[in-house]
Design a protein around this ligand. Structure first.
Ligand SMILES: [Zn+2]
Length: 570
């Protein structure tokens, strides 16, 4: 009973410290090599063990020492029953001398140790010196140690351990056999934890162990310390909830919810509110870990390109944090950017489509975007819509006819031309697309049907040189342009419904005024002009408006005295 109580009190890291080479976790290569060296009696006089804290260096050094003081030494399987093994297991063997270089780093400490090497072992075949954190020794101490390390008496074995081998002088490194301890894999650690919990008869949820392991960052000792803490905190069963709570981490279910919201472009405000209690740096780290897991698991919810974007966003945010930006701001920015990133098309996707000769698709896609933009602009700023000078108030309804029509190369090029002009100037592109439709392209002559009028017509005149350059770029330098003026009727590309109702050329110039129920303004290219007149419209006297100075000035402006030569062609 007494024994049992003592056992329970002992921390797990000590209680389950490996006693044999085969008990070492995740360091198979090293334990195999050392075991072989012992069994074949090919021992070096000095070993250097380096690696992350808690990766098993000290345990290995002690097992090695026990293997050298056992009655059967040297052996890879110490008998565990002899006096030597027992003393070694209890850390009281006189021939195993452990020194912590972190607290005994001076030349005097090393001189004392060297003095010890001169005396034969008391009971064992070997005298083993374990120097932990050896990189902490002073330069003089290292120099003092060199000679002994190179040519110690036959019965002396050195085992040096360090977390930072790069700090060791080359002279030391060249006199030792160096074993580099790997970071223990999470899988190995989780397996070890579940093994211990099964022995201890403590219930647990597997994901809770994963979280503990992650928090231990590859150090078995640190993870076991956390497990000790979790056992106390959880009382009866170690759950994800208790572990995340204990570590101050974010519940994985919350993360699932967070990314569900982001991927659906939902409202992230409640999430930001609930993350207020966490440190933003930690939140970013956990998001990173979560995404890494999802990526490795090949989660179908996430597009592979989305991962790329998310990681870039996280990297940017961490950079911002490192510059002491406000945490709350960085968090909001990060999540907002992630929501935005979900819907972007990748460059690669577009390239792939082009490579697969799906140019029309790309064009259609872009066209859709353009049309959307158009509608937006028309809604927001009705003034941009083009008024007519030639005649009449008109309501233009632009209908996008479905693109089932077969498209030859020239038509595709014509679309490309429109796109290029849009890129140069949105306004010009819009006028071009509205006024010109493709007719034919033969013998380097591009025939275009034109319904150009009004402001658009003027804009197109002014930019005719640019248009020619664009045509040359797309169709080739030799290309000539021919325009054919056609009546405003429904064409293949664009159906324009023209309603003639008030026969005055300038009425449409008065953009802010809707004249009369029967004379819907042309300013609004949509149907909004058809609505009933309001009070201000009724009160206006139409003749006053038409004879006003402003209108007369506008007529002058839009009827240039010296029109450009190409006018006849347009
Ligand atoms: Zn033994």
């Amino acid at each position: 009973m007494d024994n049992q109580t003592t056992k329970q009190r002992q921390v797990l890291a000590l209680k389950y410290r490996p006693k044999r080479f085969e008990d070492l976790i995740g360091q198979d290569t090293i334990s195999t090599t050392l075991a072989l060296a012992l069994d074949t009696n090919r021992l070096s006089h000095a070993y250097l063990l380096s690696g992350l804290r808690g990766s098993g260096k000290t345990s290995t050094a002690r097992i090695m020492a026990k293997a050298l003081v056992c009655e059967n030494a040297p052996t890879s399987k110490p008998c565990e029953v002899c006096q030597g093994c027992n003393s070694a297991n209890e850390n009281r063997h006189l021939d195993i001398i452990e020194m912590d270089a972190a607290s005994n780093r001076g030349i005097d400490d090393i001189k004392e140790l060297i003095e010890h090497t001169k005396y034969k072992p008391t009971s064992a075949k070997y005298k083993v010196f374990i120097i932990d954190e050896v990189h902490m020794l002073t330069t003089q101490a290292f120099n003092a140690l060199l000679k002994t390390l190179e040519e110690p008496p036959d019965f002396v074995k050195f085992i040096l351990a360090t977390t930072d081998p790069l700090k060791l002088p080359a002279t030391i490194l060249s006199r030792t056999q160096h074993f580099r301890f790997k970071r223990i894999s999470n899988k190995n650690i989780i397996h070890h934890l579940s093994h211990i919990l099964n022995i201890e008869n403590i219930r647990y949820e597997e994901p809770a162990l994963e979280i503990l392991t992650r928090a231990g960052q590859g150090s078995l000792r640190d993870t076991l310390t956390l497990l000790d803490q979790a056992i106390i905190y959880s009382k009866s069963i170690i759950t994800v909830a208790t572990v995340t709570d204990m570590l101050g981490m974010i519940d994985p279910l919350f993360m699932d919810n967070l990314f569900d919201t982001i991927l659906k472009k939902g409202d992230i405000r409640p999430i930001i509110t609930s993350l207020e209690n966490y440190e933003v740096g930690q939140v970013l780290d956990e998001i990173g870990i979560y995404l890494k897991q999802k990526m490795l698991l090949n989660d179908v919810k996430f597009d592979i390109y989305v991962f790329d974007r998310f990681f870039k966003i996280l990297a940017d945010s961490k950079h911002l944090l490192s510059m002491n930006s406000d945490g709350g701001f960085v968090l909001i920015l990060t999540l907002s950017k992630m929501v935005e990133a979900v819907s972007l098309h990748t460059i690669d996707e577009v390239i792939n489509q082009v490579q697969n000769n799906q140019i029309p698709n790309v064009e259609t896609q872009q066209k859709e975007i353009i049309i959307e933009k158009k509608e937006e602009i028309q809604q927001q700023e009705p003034k941009i819509a083009v008024p007519s000078i030639n005649s009449i108030n008109e309501v233009q309804v632009i209908e996008e006819t479905p693109k089932v029509v077969e498209q030859n190369d020239s038509q595709i090029l014509f679309k490309k031309l429109i796109e290029n002009i849009y890129n140069k100037s949105y306004e010009l592109g819009e006028c071009f697309e509205k006024s010109f439709t493709y007719s034919s392209y033969e013998n380097n002559i591009l025939k275009i049907n034109s319904v150009a009028q009004g402001d658009c017509k003027i804009l197109l005149y002014k930019n005719f040189v640019h248009i020619k350059i664009f045509v040359a770029e797309v169709f080739g330098d030799e290309t000539e342009l021919e325009f054919e003026k056609i009546q405003k009727e429904a064409t293949k590309e664009t159906a324009q419904i023209v309603q003639s109702s008030y026969n005055n050329p300038i009425s449409s110039m008065i953009e802010d005024i809707e004249l009369h129920e029967e004379t819907p303004s042309s300013c609004v290219a949509g149907m909004s002009a058809m609505k009933k007149p309001n009070l201000s419209q009724v009160e206006l006297n139409i003749d006053d408006v038409l004879n006003s100075k402003m209108v007369n000035r506008a007529i002058e402006l839009f009827q240039p005295k010296n029109p450009p030569k190409i006018k006849s062609k347009l």
